[in-house]
Design a protein around this ligand. Structure first.
Ligand code: NIG
Ligand code: FE
Length: 413
């Protein structure tokens, strides 16, 4: 059945594909806007007047009156690690007392501790937790989420994580874009043998992932004392040859030049970028690589924020995502990251909206189907309980998403 949403005080379209630099402010707002969709696909976008003229038989359609409300594209959370076993609340409490993320990791906590818990977790346990985490994300208006493996660090567990995401993608309303993150850390059995571990991933694990089509992207944690630039280049080249699109965890704790390397390798995105140098920012802004910022991670670690303002001013395409994971950032709160991005990274509300919609879609290679309200795209739409986008950061860290429509179906609200 056709659905018509009418009288949106602001219909935010975000139309026109991925946006670089200044263009991130162009979010295509239509006042008294309307949108028509049929069978989960958007058919027409315009003012309420235009729609009512074109669709004279409106009586036979489902009508949603969005008077006094913002209608906008569903959020794309383009960087998460939402499948994992166990929690690390103790580590968080140690960090509150002054311990650092890297020192906990070097003592065998951090990713290695989640690795143990995830290896021990059954498919059913991971699946069940996955459902409740996706349910929570949906309340914030997320309609597509990227999810990474990377807590197994062995073939069986990595495949189990990816199988869980494959099945959740079928069973849950939210779309999941799967990423292989075998080199998230070096597991104990490969201690001191990073290159052997990368070879193992490329030769034994990733061909299996490809065979079952379990991941679209390959990612690596390029970081001091984790994987070097040279190791990362070797892995990313191998991953590209196997047919994976690329992502990189870059310049999170130290500036290794990871962002520039990601741009050089033609990665879809370079993520984190807290410590990215001027040269790296310049390299990103001259490339098509999306600069994906994860401000809730910096917030949770008490670290400095990435220089998002400078990146946009230099002409880069910025996306913003949650990085939801059991360690560095245990929150998937979109309202929180909107607030931080506006208040501390000095992005405008329009830029933040672009970063969470069409540029998020670009970071997961899906600008043709999601990220904007445009004819031919999926009807992944959210309705806010307030009349203007200005309420997004103003309702600081409070959720104002009232209705979530996924593939044309109201899944919340
Ligand atoms: O993106 N930095 C590396 N990976 C994750 C954290 C993983 C963890 O702490 O479990 C991140 O922050
Ligand atoms: Fe991450």
């Amino acid at each position: 059945m056709k659905t018509i949403i009418i009288h949106a005080s602001q219909l935010v379209t975000c139309k026109g594909g991925v946006k670089y630099g200044k263009a991130m402010s162009d979010i295509g707002v239509i006042e008294d806007g309307a949108v028509v969709y049929d069978n989960g696909i958007i058919e027409f976008v315009g003012t309420t007047d235009e729609v009512l003229k074109k669709y004279s038989d409106i009586g036979s359609y489902e009508v949603i009156n969005a008077d006094g409300k913002v209608v906008m594209p569903g959020f794309v959370d383009s960087h998460t690690h939402f499948i994992f076993g166990g929690y690390r609340a103790d580590e968080f409490s140690w960090r509150l007392k002054g311990d650092s993320y890297m020192s906990i990791m070097e003592r065998g906590g951090g990713i290695a501790s989640t690795m143990k818990a995830t290896r021990e977790a059954s498919y059913a346990e991971l699946y069940k937790e996955g459902v409740s985490r996706l349910d929570r994300m949906m309340t914030y208006g997320v309609t597509t989420v990227e999810g990474k493996s990377g807590y197994g660090l062995d073939c069986d567990t990595e495949l189990r994580m990816l199988h869980v995401m494959r099945d959740l993608n079928k069973d849950h309303a939210i779309d999941i874009v799967p990423t292989f993150l075998g080199p998230h850390a070096t597991p104990p059995e490969y201690k001191g043998r990073n290159m052997d571990f990368l070879k193992y991933n490329l030769e034994e694990v990733m061909p299996k992932v490809k065979e079952e089509n379990l991941a679209e992207f390959a990612d690596i944690f390029t970081e001091k004392n984790v994987f070097s630039i040279e190791e990362s280049e070797y892995y990313l080249k191998g991953a590209k040859d196997l047919g994976f699109k690329l992502k990189v965890h870059a310049d999170e704790m130290y500036d290794l030049g990871g962002a520039a390397m990601a741009a050089r390798m033609g990665a879809h995105s370079a993520d984190h970028l807290l410590m990215a140098s001027d040269e790296s920012i310049e390299a990103l802004s001259k490339s098509n690589t999306i600069a994906t910022l994860l401000p809730a991670t910096a917030f949770s670690l008490g670290a400095e924020y990435a220089r998002g303002r400078k990146m946009i001013d230099m002409g880069a395409a910025v996306a913003i995502a949650s990085d939801y994971n059991p360690g560095s950032c245990h929150t998937c709160s979109i309202p929180l990251i909107i607030a931080i991005s506006c208040i501390y990274m000095h992005l405008s509300i329009e830029e933040v909206i672009t970063a969470l919609t069409i540029n998020g879609a670009a970071a997961v290679g899906r600008t043709d189907s999601i990220g904007s309200i445009e004819e031919g795209k999926k009807a992944d739409i959210i309705i806010l309980e307030k009349p203007s986008i200005h309420f997004l950061p103003y309702c600081t860290a409070m959720n104002i998403v009232e209705t979530v429509i996924k593939d044309g179906i109201v899944v919340r609200g």
